[in-house]
Design a protein around this ligand. Sequence first.
Ligand code: ITT
Length: 195
Amino acid sequence: MKTIIVATKNKGKIDEYRVLFAPYGYRIESLLDYPAIPDVEETGTTFAENALLKAKAVSERLGGIAVADDSGLEVSALGGAPGVHSQRYSDEGTAAANNAKLLKALAGVDSREARFVCTIVVLRPDGTHRFYQGALNGLIARVPRGTEGFGFDPLFFLPERGCTVAELDMTEKNRLSHRGRAFLAMIADRDWWSR
Ligand code: ITT
């Protein structure tokens, strides 16, 4: 089995990538396996910039193929916020505090349209890289529902499914999520990054 290092400390993402990569014969390592690698400051203004910063930090230290994911929630009524600041939306930066802040920001707001977006970057040992994107449209619910997934999943309602993302099991989430879609584009291009 080949190993791919995904430059993330987010347990929810790591679990999803483990399941996504497994059928293709890849084993996943993450920053949780390399605690000595310091946190990267996500100073970019786009998902792509931040993803590349995270991938570079790993590839500089470990070599090999580095994969990073920068993702977030864009809410139309909030002008696209929290966007690249999704993880740090509330002062605490926890999912519970982020979700509470989002509900407060949308109190009394009828327009609930939102989308999850994900940019994956693959950085090869020779320094070349490519980006892959995915998105998922939905509505911000008025109360959280479900216990699966992570982050904003309990508030992200899928009208065509009649449930939130946190009510889907991981296989179903991966099939339709922003991350699952970006991953499909990435895996379709593996002739480039694995050669
Ligand atoms: P790493 O930088 O270590 O990968 P992170 O959680 O900081 O972990 P991001 O900077 O990409 O990752 O921020 C992503 C945030 O966007 C995440 O913490 C959630 O708040 C939200 N988010 C992204 N994908 C999500 C998903 O599939 N479900 C729910 N929330 C998600």
